[in-house]
Design a protein around this ligand. Sequence first.
Ligand SMILES: [Mn+2]
Length: 241
Amino acid sequence: MAKPIIGIPAERRLVGDSYRNTVNQNEVVAVVKAGGVPVIIPTREPDLAAEYSELIDGLLLPGGPDVAPRFFGEEPIPQMDEADDLLDATEITLTNLAVAARKPILGICRGAQVVNIALGGDIYQDIATQIDHQTYQHHQTAPSDQGSHYVDIAEGSMLQTIFHGQSRVLVNSFHHQSVRKLAPQLKVTATAGDGVIEAVESKDNDLILAVQWHPELLYKVNADEFAIIEAFVNRSKKVSE
Ligand SMILES: [Mn+2]
């Protein structure tokens, strides 16, 4: 049985005095452990997204910088952080190609926002500025392998199945943006008590799951979090067979 090829778009990072195409070691290790074959997708040429899309069985959209607001029809507010529009354009195109080819997608943090934007939704550029009530601390000061706020899991969701029927779990949180207007083909499947959307899934199938937290940083201390990655690799396997 062939192992599924999992594409992970690379972020451009300055290391020393050179730009590098990088993905986080944690996602790579987690995908390998789950039985997948991670492939790093450079994101400097969005026009090549179609070729890369053909190569993969599943798309993992990792955490990363802010999404440039022009991709959802807005101008930047002062609280926006660094953005990279080649990364944005590549990931949005890869998302649409994966949806068209019915290849599974797992979104992590920024990935949840990218999926929603690609499919016609939008995001808060900055939760603290743009939500009109006091929100939780979504950029936690606690260590990354500890949960800091709870999320409520929707009844009957894929996420609830992955979490063995639990309706409330503690997650970590490293974001200042989040899903605002939901894309038509998605449903919300986890929400923080302050109303911030913490997970979305595809409405009509099991192809898309995207979480606002970081399972790749939690799974060593919480086996349920590994199940998010394992379930995604397994869904990708079904498609590749
Ligand atoms: Mn959060």
